[in-house]
Design a protein around this ligand. Structure first.
Ligand code: HEM
Ligand SMILES: [Fe+2]
Ligand SMILES: [Fe+2]
Length: 378
């Protein structure tokens, strides 16, 4: 399993993923009471991150073969694990938003399509362009990771969510995510350098990332204001409200957001020079959801019963290639790993984006579903 690294982990690289779960049943869409503006500006993260972070994970996964440094190479597993789990956790919020009457699919489906078309793999391109494209993607992701660390540090240090009595579950989700972003802040930067990404590309990818990222954010905020039946577009993104939210400590100001960009653009910079890993680890040690995840990971709970078996029926569903590609998360040939994580695996094969190279047939999905519902024995 990811998490047991045989080499010492550098500062700025992740050591483990935390399979954190949240109970959304009591969380309102406007989770900062009396402040729909700030609530929805932050809710935009649920729209952007599932697509974005799965794209991070898939892009790094392609690059890992080329990373020679053993420590960096090993840290890629927990990184993919963390980003993939972040994406999953935010998807759960989107499902909850739908239950309370906010349908986000029009935005997220367009995002998904645009990402695949513009930022995905282009297998038909010539080889020299493939290498360039991989470095270019990693440069852009490194630029975005700069901002997730900036936002992460902000979320961990602002006391506004407590002062304004924000929903504790949503505050915990954002701070758990914030903490892991601060923890793994230099991983993508280091991979970009390790595969030959240059300083000039760091500058050019930052220059294209800023308008796209913050453009998508403002469009997303206006989408949320329209989609929320309690608002119906009566609010739009505007500077007056933004400045008020910044004064109250709920949103980061422009100086916080962009103040460290000049440092990022200096030759010789590395993200470990900024922010504080200990601050992140301290939060993870007191986060209710991260604590529950740590306890669940320690307890061995494998169900049994049913007339189907893992070795006889299920294991054959996984090819050698699947097992190798997914080793950062689970051993797909291990009964224990698969049954512990059956809910998440089932979700992805039902949705059809896993396996990576084409969905399972109805029969295969059905077999997996029956096995897991019955709690397949070994
Ligand atoms: C060669 C084939 C495969 C490749 C290259 C691959 C690659 C990946 C990558 C890069 C991710 C992280 C990004 C994301 O969450 O989308 C991921 C996640 C995931 N994949 Fe695969 N995968 C493959 C096959 C499979 C198969 C066969 C299954 C299950 C039957 C599977 C189940 C999952 C699950 C459940 C996740 C979410 C994991 C988590 O965050 O815990 N994958 N995969
Ligand atoms: Fe993340
Ligand atoms: Fe990240």
């Amino acid at each position: 399993m990811a998490g047991d690294l045989s080499v010492e982990v550098h500062e700025g690289h992740p050591s483990e993923r935390r399979q954190v779960r949240f109970d959304w049943s009591d969380t309102p869409a406007q989770w900062i009471p009396g402040d729909p503006f700030s609530s929805h500006v932050l809710n935009v993260l649920h729209l952007l991150l599932p697509t974005g972070e799965r794209w991070f994970a898939a892009s790094i996964n392609l690059a890992k073969e080329q990373v020679k440094d053993p420590e960096l190479r090993e840290a890629i597993g927990p990184f993919i694990g963390q980003e993939s789990w972040h994406a999953w956790a935010h998807t759960k919020v989107l499902e909850h938003l739908e239950e309370v009457g906010i349908d986000t699919a029009p935005y997220t489906e367009r995002m998904d399509r645009a990402f695949k078309r513009v930022l995905g793999d282009h297998p038909s391109w010539p080889k020299f362009l493939q290498g360039w494209w991989m470095r270019r993607r990693l440069g852009a992701i490194s630029a975005i990771e700069h901002f997730t660390a900036v936002l992460g540090h902000f979320a961990l240090t602002s006391d506004a969510y407590d002062r304004y009595e924000a929903d504790p579950v949503m505050a915990d989700l954002f701070r758990w995510h914030a903490a892991e972003e601060v923890e793994h802040r230099s991983l993508v930067f280091d991979v970009h350098v390790a595969v030959g990404g240059r300083w000039s590309q760091r500058v050019s990818t930052m220059a294209t990332t800023i308008p796209v990222l913050f453009g998508l954010w403002i469009i997303g905020a206006n989408f949320m204001f329209k989609a929320d039946p309690e608002i119906r577009g009566r609010i739009r993104f505007n500077l007056k409200e933004y400045r008020r939210a910044v004064r109250e400590g709920k949103l980061p100001g422009l100086k916080v957001l962009f103040g460290t960009v000049p440092k990022y653009l200096k030759p010789g910079y590395n993200p470990v020079q900024e922010f504080d890993t200990q601050l992140a680890l301290d939060y993870l040690a007191r986060s209710p959801a991260a604590q529950a995840a740590a306890e669940a990971a320690d307890s061995e709970q494998v169900a049994d019963g049913g007339d189907v078996s893992f070795d006889g029926d299920l294991k054959e569903l996984f090819r050698e290639k699947d097992r190798k590609e997914m080793a950062w998360a689970y051993d797909l040939w291990s009964h224990e790993d698969v049954s512990k994580n059956a809910d998440v695996i089932l979700e992805r094969v039902e949705k059809g984006d896993m396996p990576c190279d084409g969905p399972w047939s109805e029969e295969q999905v059905d077999l997996f579903r029956r096995c897991t519902e019955a709690g397949a024995p070994p």
